[in-house]
Design a protein around this ligand. Sequence first.
Ligand code: SAM
Ligand code: SF4
Length: 448
Amino acid sequence: MNSTTSEVPTAPIPLSRKPSERGSPDAPASGKTACIRTFGCQMNVHDSDRIRRMIQDAGYAEVQRYEDADLVILNTCYVRENAVDRVKGHLGELNRLRREGRVKRVALTGCIGAAEESQSLQETYNIDLVLGTHNTYELAEFVGLPTMRETYTPELPGTEGEHSAFVTIMTGCNYQCSYCIVPTVRGRMTCRPMESVVGEIERLVAGGTRYVTLLGQTVDAWRYEGKRFCDLLEAVSEVAPRVWFTTSHPSNMEDRTLRAIGERDTIVKRLHLPVQSGSDRMLKVMHRGYKADRYRRKISVFREAAPEGTLSTDIIVGHPGETEEDHQQTLQLVEDCEFDSAYIFKFSPRRGTEAADLPGVVPDAVVQRRFLEVLRGIEHSAFRRNQRKVGNIEEIFVRHGATEDGKTIGETWSGHAVHVDTDAAPGTYVTATIESAGPHVLYARIRN
Ligand code: SAM
Ligand code: SF4
């Protein structure tokens, strides 16, 4: 299993170099420096890539420490309260550094910037610029570039020439899940034209990208001029050497797409399909638009299409009104679907969402117990499924260069995260034998 946490979700395997590892290490002639901190999901990491290009274009060198930065940009997440608390901690520290004259300007971007709360944060912490998710391009003016609305919209690539790249295919979300702030801070769904996506990927591949991740809040809801997500995925799988996509919504997931995952060689056999709950009653309260058995049926299509593939999900425990019976149904679904990993979240009330005002708040101790029970269920199936890989010889895509202990992180075509003893460069493939497996990761040795 890759991550089971009540924290902000991160990619099950980091999808490209960490943002803090990118950027020019040398100070440019202008001597200006900027530090970018990213909180939250892949969408935010991708937005930070765009921000990074802006500040580089404006002549800033990227630095890693606040103390070394003229400008600090916090690109933020608003999905759960603990994400906001973390950002407040950073803002407090930045305020202190600014009083001491060690940081000049602070900008807050991303989902918190789009929320109402950002006004009070701006006053409390003396933030110079607050931008939401729709007007990030205004940062260009702030850093001394001409207005760049056209240049820095989602139409443009954020990561270029990397061995792995994110490509946004849609922004926003048309669902109204009871608990979720995303539609408020990211707006309604906008889909990018197919030619624009495929054109970008062709350019990325020509520039050396070996792995493309299609991104969006509900990627499988993508539609454009009569084309549906599966058409786009098939087109991308023709031009990209390796492709994956996230996040999908069960109501939009077509059997055709699930079968394409199994059939197309260049698509990683890994599906992230958030279920949130195994109780039909809770799914209705959450406005998810499907029942648990429909979800199970989708999973059986996926398992048939890609029997070796990996399946992950998101589950919320302790949504208001969740009873013991509802929780038992979630545990049953976890057992039935045999997930390979999951992000488990304790419900976090977000002001402005329907669930924040619902009765039936679940006591913390009960939420904690349910969290651990779901975690145990996921770890059980993840460990069992990972054990089945032991002894296999697998082709592994190297995602990250060797760490100090000589282990490189890679990914099998089945979507498993693997530690492997190689110094092969990121973006290349190695062949290795899976020697052991834990619930979170496989361990492999290079074949001689
Ligand atoms: N669009 C995706 C979907 O519907 O599956 C997920 C987007 S959201 C950024 C990622 C996950 O955060 C959700 O799937 C949900 O499990 C979790 N989440 C969102 N709002 C939450 C809240 N208020 N409390 C706890 N978890 C939440
Ligand atoms: Fe939030 Fe639901 Fe949209 Fe996902 S589908 S982003 S959980 S509103």
